[in-house]
Structure formats: structure tokens, C-alpha cells
Design a protein. Structure first.
Lengths: 238, 424
């Protein structure tokens, strides 16, 4: 199971210091939420991402998903495998391990109370956009997630990285302008912090295609119905 | 002949002589002070051709007949006849038509129970007795000289009227002398009559929009407000309904929030009753019939482009959509729904990007009771590709109830919102 990198731990420490002037609400748990025992999740012709979403509802953890991207936005996107299986019971960590063992295309990492799910093949790819780190990132008076995302990507070294943000209904404005300084944080970790700044349940999804990356922040996610149900919905009335 | 007023007040006597075998009559009216007498010499009336109030004159040949005496004043009557049988000494011989006296017994209050709805209202006091000659009810209130209430903080009682003062119960009383008997003997006897007085508090349903919305969402319940008022204040309230699925957050409160879970589909078919008790006396319950409304659909769509970004640092667009909310029955636009929760569930339906996990968003109706979908934005730090085509399915709900499905079509230049209903 992947663990938080030493760099990220340092980033969290810096963030804590930077946020000292802006008190955060106390955590809603008294023990490690990843060690709480759950009854497990049951997939019915659904993907492991759907299973992670179900688990987040049980454990009250935020979740961010990096989907497998196709090469171009005008092409067909890869679809995750679906399974009919029960994973668990066990601790949240054990169920997450079980899900990612079911579909080895995905792996997961913990970042505070956030579960990050992403393609296993990209987990250690230093060139993968979300694995890239910024030696020192400074965000000053950011009014919302859009500005913070663009400012983060702007500070990546080298050629400009494309990123787009799509939002439907869910406001991505911060309660108050946000400033922070991070050292050695990955883009993924920064996006997690931006989501946390929006609210404790917020997360994000990376989708689109390799030539047009799209990030969507959410208050929460809902698992897809089973694929067979989706086919029925597509062919019939709502 | 003579007639004596034996009562305490002046009275009016009507003496009627019937002659010609009862076919004709001659009337004499006279006011008689207490203790005074009315003297009549019929012979003189005949001889002197004295007309009565109707102009009738006793004929010279009249020598016999009958008579009756009536006390025209209200009450039991206080006339006592003397020398009742007239003889030929005065040229006219008469016998009484009726019994010599008619008492009025069995005094009762009319109405027999005094029930007031609220304070500062009055009933006219009246005590009736039964005429012992003909059985008629007669007002004998003047025979009662003392009137009182056991508790003047609840109601006051006078010979004129009974007036409510405060909610509660008490007894009203009157005492005096009533004239009882019939025939040759009548007499005054002391009497007291009592009446039960109840002054009810008043309750009204003072705040009633006429409808409640279906749903258990706390924001919906918060919007379903009704209120009552009781007079006098300080009593206890009790809300209730016989309708299925209707409950109150605090049925003993003056203001209540209502939860309705079983939609009837009808209009004004849900009874809401408010009971109120003050000082141990229950008010007549207030009941209204209200309508249960259910959020049904959105209409009046307004999708507007707020900002377009054309670089160099940001590209894309920002839209906002506003919708009016309608409820059934009757396609009623929701106008008092500020703060009621809204939700949306967005699922990607196109196949050219893999965001297959539905986003859940929550909000609330704005101050105009509209669903506001903001932001609807697609922003990029580089130009949007011309081939971009993203299609989402968006479900919208109000108060936990699904009200709309939209298709959102995103292209490089614009967002299109297509309404898939429901439409009514």
C-alpha cells in the first residue's frame, strides 16, 4: 500500500504552520478513521472506484479520483472494469487494499482524511502531471479553487501544463481568501489541500483526456448504478 | 268594582267588560300606583255614555255580562280584584270571565345555560315563569330585585344583562318574590334562580399559509409554519390532525412546524385543529383545511452567460441557471421557499471522457425561491479544443424531491441546457 511521502509530511507541517492564523475545525473523529472497521462494500457490475465512493460514505472520508485518461478528448475514453463482488469486512484500509487488488489498474493513497485513488501504472511516474512537485509554492489571497489551481500549475517548472476546471452547481469559492506556502508538495497534494479548503467532505476528480485534462471539485460523490442497470436506463425511460 | 295594585311598582290594568252575550267588549285602561286602587262605576259609564279607548260606548240597555282583568306590565302581575261580582246596584251585573288570579311559577333563566365565547360579550338577563292559567312563558324578571355573580372576575350579573369578564366558570343568581297560584288564591313567595355561566377562551389559527409542502427534509419542515393565538393569553395549545402522515414538531407550541409525508393530491383536504385551554376551560377548537403541496417541476428557466474568458491566462465560460419551482396540485409557483434545500446529481453521459462518477451538490432556494445553479463553468489555462463535446445528465431536486433532469452539453464555445422534464 502506498504511503505518504516524506516530502508530503513536510508539506503538511508547513501548511499547519501557515494556517496557524486560520484555525481549522477539530477533526470529526477521535481515532484513525482508516483503522475503523466497516462491513465492507458490495459491487454489482460496478467499478472499484464506485466501491471507494461507497466506502467514503460509510467512513465519512473525502475521496479524490484520477481516472484513466485516453489520449485525446475527441476519442473514446478507457472505461474501468466492473466487478460483482463483496470486499470486506475489515478496516477501511483493508477494504481499500481489497478493492485495489480486485482491479490492479488502480491504487490508493492516504492524505489526511482524503483517499486518493489513481492509476497504479502512474503511481511512481515522475512525469505524471499530478506527481510533479513544486519546490516552493506560494498562494496568496486565493478567492477560490479555480484561481488556486491555475496558480499552482503556473508555478510548475518547465513548459506550461494544461489544466481545465469544470463546475456544475458546486461553488468553489473559499469562505475567505486563502494564502499558504508549501515546499516540495506534489500537484496532487496541493489539489487535496484546495479541496479541504472548500470543506471537509470536498474532493476532486481528474478526467478528460491527456490532451485536455479536466478537474472537477465535488462536495461528495455517488456510486454509479451497476452497468447493467445503466444499460437499461439508456434503453428505457427514466 | 275596584282593582288594587299590591305590587312594588306601578302597573297598568286592563279591565274588559264583555256584553251582548260576549260579542262586544268595552275596555278600560288605567295606571295604578303601588297600593292604589282603580275604581269603576259601570252604571255611570252607561248613563254618561263614556267611550272607551276605541270609542265604544256601553248601550243604555246593557245590564249584564262578564269581565276579565289583565295586568299589562311585565312580570307576574300584582293586581288584586275587589268587589269582583258586580250587582244590579249600579245597573250592571257581571261575573269574572276567568279565574280570579293567575300566578306565574317555576322561574327559570332564559337561556338556561349561559355560554360565552370570549370576554366582553353580554346576554340580556331574563327570567321566565309559567303562567299557571294558560301555561305560557312570561318574562317575570321585574319580580327579581337582587342579581349577582358568584365570581365577578369571570362574569358580572345585573338585572339588565350578564357580561363575561374572563375565561372560567361561575354561577349567576337572582332572587325576588314571585306571584304563584291560580283561581281564587294567589300569593307572593320568595324565589331564587341560578344559572351556570361558562366563559370560554377564544382560539384562532392566526398564521395559515393554506398549505404545507411534502417532505421530511428539515428545511422543508422549517418552511411549513403555522401559528395560533389564544385569548386570554397564557393558556395551553394543542395541535392535531386526523390526516395521515401529518405531524408537528411541538404540538403544544403556539407556532408549529409541520411535517407532511403522505401526499393526498387533493385541495383543502387536510384538517389542522388547534385546541386551547385556559383556566380549565377549553375553547371551541379552531380547524382549518389546508392543502398538501409537493414539489413537482422547474420552469421559467433562465440560463445566462455571465462571463466569457478568451485568454491569455484563462479560456472558457461561466454560466448561471435560475429556475422557478412549481408544486402540485394546481401548478403553484413556490414563492416562500427561501432556504429550502436543493440538490443536484451530475453524471457524465458522453463517452469521450471518463468522469463516470456522479458529483453530488447541495444548496438551497434563494430569496426569490429559485433554484440557482451557479457556477456552470468550464475554464482552462489553454484554449478549449474545438472538438470538445461533453454531455452530462443533471438531476435537480428541491426539498429532497426530484424535480428536473437536464442535459448539459458543453462545447468549446458554449453550454446548452436542455430540459428533459418533468413538465407538470
Amino acid at each position: 500500500m502506498p504511503r505518504i511521502s516524506r516530502v508530503f509530511q513536510a508539506a503538511v507541517l508547513l501548511l499547519t504552520l501557515a494556517d496557524a492564523a486560520t484555525p481549522q475545525p477539530p477533526p470529526a473523529f477521535v481515532s484513525d478513521p482508516f483503522q475503523q472497521r466497516v462491513g465492507g462494500v458490495e459491487l454489482s457490475d460496478q467499478s472499484v472506484v464506485d466501491g471507494v465512493v461507497m466506502l467514503s460514505h460509510i467512513s465519512r472520508l473525502a475521496v479524490s479520483v484520477e481516472h484513466q485518461l485516453g489520449p485525446t478528448i475527441s476519442g473514446t475514453a478507457p472505461q474501468p472494469k466492473t466487478f460483482t463482488a463483496k470486499v470486506g469486512p475489515g478496516t477501511v484500509s483493508e477494504v481499500l487494499d481489497g478493492l485495489c487488488a480486485l482491479d490492479e489498474a488502480f491504487t490508493w493513497a492516504r492524505n489526511g482524511n482524503m483517499v486518493n485513488v489513481f492509476p497504479r501504472v502512474l503511481a511512481r511516474d515522475p512525469h505524471y502531471f499530478l506527481n510533479r512537485t513544486i519546490d516552493e509554492l506560494t498562494l496568496t489571497d486565493m478567492p477560490g479553487a479555480e484561481e488556486a489551481v491555475f496558480k499552482t500549475v503556473e508555478q510548475l517548472p518547465g513548459p506550461k501544463e494544461q489544466i481545465a476546471i469544470m463546475q456544475v452547481g458546486t461553488s468553489v469559492s473559499f469562505a475567505s481568501p486563502w494564502s499558504t506556502t508549501l515546499q516540495g508538495a506534489s500537484v496532487r497534494e496541493v489539489f487535496d489541500l484546495i479541496a479541504r479548503q472548500l470543506g471537509p467532505t470536498y474532493g476532486w476528480q481528474l478526467t478528460g483526456a491527456e490532451d485536455f485534462r479536466l478537474i472537477i471539485f465535488h462536495q461528495g460523490l455517488s456510486p454509479n448504478p451497476s452497468r447493467s442497470d445503466r444499460k437499461q436506463q439508456t434503453s428505457g425511460a427514466r | 268594582m275596584s282593582v288594587t295594585n299590591t305590587g312594588m311598582k306601578a302597573t297598568n290594568a286592563l279591565l274588559t267588560l264583555h256584553y251582548d252575550n260576549g260579542e262586544k267588549s268595552y275596555e278600560m285602561r288605567q295606571s295604578i300606583q303601588p297600593g292604589d286602587q282603580m275604581w269603576v262605576n259601570v252604571g255611570n259609564l252607561i248613563r254618561n255614555h263614556v267611550p272607551d279607548s276605541k270609542g265604544t260606548v256601553l248601550p243604555a240597555g246593557a245590564s249584564s255580562g262578564t269581565y276579565d282583568l289583565r295586568d299589562l306590565s311585565p312580570g307576574l302581575g300584582s293586581l288584586m280584584q275587589g268587589n269582583l261580582a258586580l250587582d244590579g246596584t249600579f245597573g250592571f251585573n257581571a261575573e269574572p270571565l276567568y279565574a280570579n288570579c293567575c300566578g306565574t311559577a317555576n322561574p327559570v333563566w332564559d337561556p338556561s345555560i349561559l355560554l360565552f365565547e370570549g370576554i366582553e360579550s353580554s346576554f340580556d338577563s331574563e327570567i321566565n315563569g309559567t303562567d299557571q292559567c294558560n301555561g305560557d312563558l312570561e318574562n317575570i324578571s321585574p319580580n327579581f330585585s337582587d342579581w349577582w355573580s358568584d365570581d365577578t372576575s369571570i362574569a358580572t350579573v345585573t338585572s339588565k344583562q350578564v357580561t363575561s369578564v374572563a375565561a372560567g366558570t361561575t354561577t349567576g343568581s337572582a332572587s325576588g318574590d314571585i306571584f304563584v297560584g291560580a283561581g281564587s288564591y294567589c300569593a307572593f313567595v320568595p324565589a331564587q334562580v341560578n344559572v351556570s355561566i361558562t366563559v370560554r377562551p377564544i382560539v384562532t389559527i392566526s398564521y395559515n399559509p393554506g398549505y404545507v409542502y411534502i417532505g421530511q427534509d428539515p428545511t422543508v419542515v422549517q418552511a411549513n409554519l403555522m401559528g395560533g393565538s389564544g385569548t386570554p393569553s397564557g393558556g395551553t395549545f394543542k395541535w392535531s390532525s386526523t390526516a395521515n402522515g401529518v405531524s408537528f414538531d411541538n404540538s403544544a407550541a403556539q407556532l408549529v412546524h409541520i411535517t407532511a409525508t403522505t401526499w393526498t393530491g387533493g385541495t383543502n383536504d387536510t384538517p389542522i385543529t388547534l385546541n386551547y385551554t385556559y383556566n380549565g376551560v377549553a375553547a371551541t377548537p379552531a380547524t382549518v383545511n389546508i392543502t398538501q403541496r409537493i414539489f413537482k417541476y422547474l420552469a421559467g428557466d433562465s440560463v445566462i452567460l455571465l462571463t466569457r474568458y478568451s485568454g491569455p491566462s484563462t479560456y472558457g465560460y461561466l454560466y448561471q441557471a435560475n429556475y422557478n419551482v412549481y408544486a402540485n396540485p394546481g401548478d403553484q409557483q413556490v414563492t416562500n421557499g427561501s432556504g429550502i434545500s436543493t440538490y443536484e446529481n451530475v453524471t457524465q453521459t458522453s463517452s469521450n471522457y471518463p468522469s463516470g462518477t456522479p458529483n453530488i451538490g447541495q444548496g438551497s432556494l434563494n430569496s426569490n425561491s429559485q433554484v440557482v445553479d451557479n457556477p456552470l463553468s468550464l475554464l482552462s489555462n489553454s484554449p478549449l479544443p474545438g472538438s470538445l463535446s461533453i454531455i452530462d445528465s443533471q438531476d435537480l431536486g428541491v426539498g429532497g424531491i426530484y424535480v428536473r433532469n437536464n442535459t448539459l452539453t458543453w462545447t468549446a464555445t458554449s453550454l446548452t441546457v436542455t430540459n428533459n422534464g418533468p413538465f407538470n
